[in-house]
Design a protein around this ligand. Structure first.
Ligand SMILES: [Zn+2]
Length: 281
């Protein structure tokens, strides 16, 4: 099977009927691998691990298109793929233009040297923070996609000429995805959300400030059920995060910044990953 075909062997119509009979949400159900596909197995955590039985996010779907395919990987746990497809549909339903989706993980996970400290177990995904209307792109044009930073050069706020209510909508939709653990964005973006009047602020909890991330958000999902070898990150603290922990990021702008500590310290690959990384997707 070519590397980029989705591992689904049942006809779509059969899957739809099966999902309906089982009273399963159609979107989540369709994202599951066919019964004869290898079961997913996540070993360790995002900073050093691997995944067997990953699914590939299709290049196009309702409300989204993948970009930079020649240098990116779109393989994830079936729940991650289903959640991203859900994000595309919910964004479309909310009236947002097509989303650009980028790296998830390699076919078996593992390191993506030089690009990501995490993204190793199919539970991390990058989505560009671009809510402007866009055409359907050719493969070549998709490789050339560049999205401008939403943050001013001094790092103290968002660019008012670029920030919009659509960004708030997109981040809120992402925060409501099933299984979401946290979403990393630039501190200036988190600050802008904190300053935005809104009735429901509970979702701000999972929006976490981090270095970079001025043009894209990094989605991290919790370990799915039935993955005993999967390692979750420490829980996100309670509260909306619009507090001293956010102010700290801006205090760092006044002093020489320390070298960023990796959120996902590099870990030695577990021995179980040797066979997984060498095997078929
Ligand atoms: Zn990322």
């Amino acid at each position: 099977m070519p590397c980029c075909e989705r591992k689904r062997t049942l006809p779509l119509r059969t899957l739809v009927i099966a999902c309906t009979l089982l009273f399963l949400p159609l979107a989540a159900c369709l994202a599951q691998p066919a019964p004869d596909a290898p079961a997913s197995r996540i070993v360790s955590g995002p900073g050093g691990g691997c995944i067997a039985g990953a699914l590939e996010l299709p290049a196009d779907g309702p409300g989204y298109q993948t970009v930079r395919a020649s240098r990116s990987w779109f393989w994830g746990h079936p729940d991650t793929v289903a959640a991203l497809e859900t994000l595309g549909r919910r964004a479309e339903a909310a009236g947002l233009p097509t989303l650009y989706m980028n790296d998830i993980s390699r076919p078996h996970g593992g390191p993506i040297v030089g690009l990501h400290a995490s993204h190793q177990v199919g539970l991390d995904a990058d989505v560009w923070l671009d809510v402007s209307p866009k055409p359907e792109l050719t493969p070549a044009a998709r490789d050339a996609v560049e999205v401008a930073s939403l943050v001013t050069p001094d790092g103290r706020g968002v660019d008012p000429a670029r920030w919009s209510a659509g960004h708030v909508t997109l981040l809120r939709l992402a925060a409501g995805l099933p299984g979401i653990d946290r979403i990393l964005v630039n501190p200036a973006i988190k600050q802008q959300l904190c300053r935005t009047p809104m009735a429901d602020r509970a979702w701000l909890r999972v929006i976490r400030p981090w270095y970079g991330h001025a043009a894209h958000m990094h989605l991290h999902f919790r370990c799915p059920t039935g993955q005993p070898e999967c390692r979750d990150l420490a829980p996100v603290p309670p509260g909306d995060g619009c507090d001293a922990t956010l102010a700290w990021w801006f205090e760092q702008l006044d002093v020489p910044p320390p070298p960023p500590a990796p959120l996902h310290p590099a870990l030695p690959l577990p021995a179980a990953c040797t066979a997984i990384l060498a095997g078929p997707p």
